[in-house]
Design a protein around this ligand. Structure first.
Ligand code: T4K
Length: 409
């Protein structure tokens, strides 16, 4: 257990010899994956709707209970294709508290993302603030199930139906999660998954669109393949959104271990929860354990004023100790380009987004992180937060390391 004087910011050795990352990839049973790769090399069929992609699509559609899973090369292209396939234009209402890909997928196609503030209890689109943002140019809503916790799906569906708007979900964080027992993936007109390496379920790079709409699914299948409807016949504008076979093989192999991966994330979440119970000035984002959860994000909200040390100072201490915590999703899309220049005053309508972005910290989890590691990480956080002012003084250059050590012993 570290004392304040041993902190790496004061010259002590880091708590962990190797970095602990947020978003370390899950790895399938190696032999199983390599056998699948051998099959791909033997078949000489590497992409373009190959057998591994079809298997992955079928298994995911069954698992989620939707009619169609259309696998794509990544979540961002999957979003772009879904947006185009449902015909979004003009303005689309989205949260700003999300990974920037949600907004970029719109702006990339000259559709304006209109940022709506979030409900601080869910971190998701606040339906009470949404209707005021609807204009004659608004064509739809994209909800984001941030950190795997569901949007207010019923209220959003009601608003979308009443105001005649299309409704999509960015479910990049929510594979394997449910709302009142119904798996995320089947809400709105379509939901988009990301299988990026940093997601608890990955296909190296990859993503998918899930939908129960047969026509929409068929359109997206064509759009991901340049719009080809059979050889030599292009019937839509399209792009190259195809998933390759090695990625799909990774996904198929990992699907076999999905329950174990989630069990490890759940174990880690409980380890954090137990350990953090005695730590002041932070609140751990809670999962609704009555639902299916993937537990892939460990998110702390920190009370900077009470702690006497800033969120960024806490992150700096953690990085020095090789705990590579992240500030997801600071500073919010509205403070990133090109949105910052397009809407310089957007923050006025996004007080919760700004507040949350300033005080959240995402911590390492996944199979590379043990309950013992978690006990050490939390002890470190506890140390910083119970000596907030001293840490703040050291980090703002008020004391030299030797003075600081002398002062805190
Ligand atoms: N919508 C939402 C809500 C999303 O969160 C995302 C992606 C998307 C849409 C778009 O889906 P994709 O097009 O990406 O499929 C990462 C991921 O790149 C991104 O996929 C993810 N969200 C986002 C939340 O996180 P960065 O820029 O923070 O990644 P990076 O490279 O800093 O990696 C994060 C951590 O993971 C690092 O500590 C290192 C570790 N890592 C990373 C990779 C790639 C590994 O240990 N191994 C690896 O292979 O965006």
């Amino acid at each position: 257990m570290k004392r304040l004087a041993d902190l790496a910011i004061l010259g002590g050795p880091p708590l962990f010899a190797c970095p602990l990352h947020v978003g370390r990839p899950s790895v399938p049973e190696r032999e199983h994956f390599l056998r699948r790769v051998d099959g791909i090399l033997d078949r000489l069929w590497f992409t373009n709707d190959g057998p591994c992609v079809r298997e992955l699509e079928t298994r995911i559609a069954e698992l989620i209970g939707v009619r169609h899973c259309v696998a794509m090369c990544n979540g961002t292209v999957a979003l772009e294709i879904a947006i185009r396939a449902v015909g979004l234009t003009g303005e689309v209402i989205v949260p700003s508290l999300t990974f920037v890909a949600t907004a970029h997928a719109l702006q990339w196609q000259q559709i304006t993302p209109v940022f709506c503030d979030v409900d601080p209890r869910t971190y998701n689109l606040d339906p009470a603030r949404l209707e005021a943002l609807i204009t004659p140019r608004t064509s739809g809503i994209i909800g984001v199930h941030l950190w795997g916790r569901p949007c207010a799906v019923d209220v959003l569906a009601e608003i979308a139906a009443r105001r005649r708007l299309r409704l999509l979900y960015d479910a990049a964080h929510a594979f394997g999660c449910s709302v009142r027992g119904r798996m995320i993936g089947g809400f709105g007109e379509a939901e988009v998954l990301s299988f990026h390496a940093t997601k608890f379920f990955n296909t190296l790079e990859g993503g998918a669109v899930l939908t129960n709409d047969d026509e929409l699914a068929q359109k997206m299948r064509l759009m991901r393949n340049f719009g080809f409807d059979g050889y030599d016949n292009v019937i839509y504008i399209g792009t190259n959104g195809k998933m390759n076979e090695i990625s799909a093989a990774m996904g198929c192999a990992l699907l076999d271990s999905l329950d174990e991966i989630i069990a490890v994330n759940r174990r880690n979440y409980h380890a954090y929860r137990r350990a953090l119970a005695a730590t002041p000035h932070v609140t751990l984002m809670a999962y609704d354990e009555g639902e299916r959860c993937n537990y892939q994000y460990i998110v702390l909200e920190m009370d900077e004023a009470a702690a006497g040390v800033s969120r960024d100072e806490l992150v700096a201490v953690l990085w020095a100790e090789n705990v590579l915590a992240r500030r997801y999703f600071y500073p919010g899309c509205h403070r990133m380009e090109p949105y910052r220049s397009h809407f310089p005053h957007a923050g006025l309508l996004l007080p919760e987004t700004d507040r949350i972005g300033r005080c959240v910290v995402t911590l390492p989890t996944g199979s590379g992180v043990t309950p013992e590691d978690i006990a050490e990480i939390v002890a470190l956080i506890h140390l910083v937060l119970t000596h907030g002012e001293e840490v703040h003084t050291v980090l703002s250059g008020g004391l030299r390391p030797s003075q600081a050590s002398a002062g805190v012993r």
